[in-house]
Design a protein around this ligand. Structure first.
Ligand SMILES: [Zn+2]
Length: 217
């Protein structure tokens, strides 16, 4: 119905920014996530070994309806897999886009997406490492501790090509770094020691994913 569409449109256009120019991703979370996911179609998740996960994705250059539906499909897929973040190559699409629906350590929910994300280099005095556990939908059922800075800033574009910036701390900072890594062809297990990586792959081999995955050739 037209009125519903109008509502969805308004919800998604609400790209409010705070005083420092960061996207306000903690408001209208439920409505924004629902609007994307209801328009989208859930797709199976690619897993470690699938070539699309192991190379840098292409830059997004067309800010059209196809990009908007990709983002909707990514929200739908993220929900099916019960993920807190998802990159486009995790549903087999070779483009630099990620979506997220992730809590921070204060319990605030963050919902959003970034097109053509770039992670900012942190000044050394801001690099406080956090070595919590990390997991990935593309390495199903495996977890490993991984030290990462507890604060992250990602810049990129929205679906219309406008510049956006997102920042996070704690678990959400981990998510932003993890998802940006994905679009450059890196999985978190690539950052582990040889031994921890092997252990993560063993956990994956022994477990059964709770969501549809794409079988590797
Ligand atoms: Zn991942």
């Amino acid at each position: 119905m037209a009125s519903q569409q109008e509502t969805d449109q308004q919800v998604n256009e609400g790209a409010a920014v705070d005083g420092e120019g960061f996207f306000v991703d903690t408001e209208e979370c439920e409505a924004r996530e629902l609007a994307h996911r209801e328009r989208g179609t859930s797709r199976p998740i690619t897993v470690v070994g699938n070539p699309v996960l192991h190379k840098e994705c292409a830059d997004v250059t067309e800010f059209d309806d196809k990009l908007a539906s990709l983002i909707d499909d990514m929200f739908a897929s993220q929900r099916t897999a019960e993920g807190v973040g998802l990159a486009a190559n995790q549903i087999g699409v070779d483009l630099k886009v990620f979506v997220y629906d992730c809590p921070d350590d204060e319990g605030n929910r963050h919902v959003g997406y970034v097109v053509n994300p770039v992670l900012a280099e942190l000044p050394p005095e801001q690099r406080v490492l956090d070595d919590s556990n990390e997991g990935c939908l593309s390495v199903p059922t495996a977890y490993a501790p991984l030290a990462r800075p507890d604060h992250a800033v990602v810049s990129g574009q929205d679906m219309h090509g406008n510049p956006i910036k997102v920042r996070g701390s704690g678990y959400f900072a981990r998510c932003l770094q993890h998802e940006t890594d994905h679009v450059y062809g890196y999985l978190y297990i690539d950052r582990l020691s040889k031994r921890d990586r092997k252990d993560a792959l063993r956990q994956m081999a022994e477990g059964t994913p709770r969501y549809p995955v794409v079988a590797n050739g």
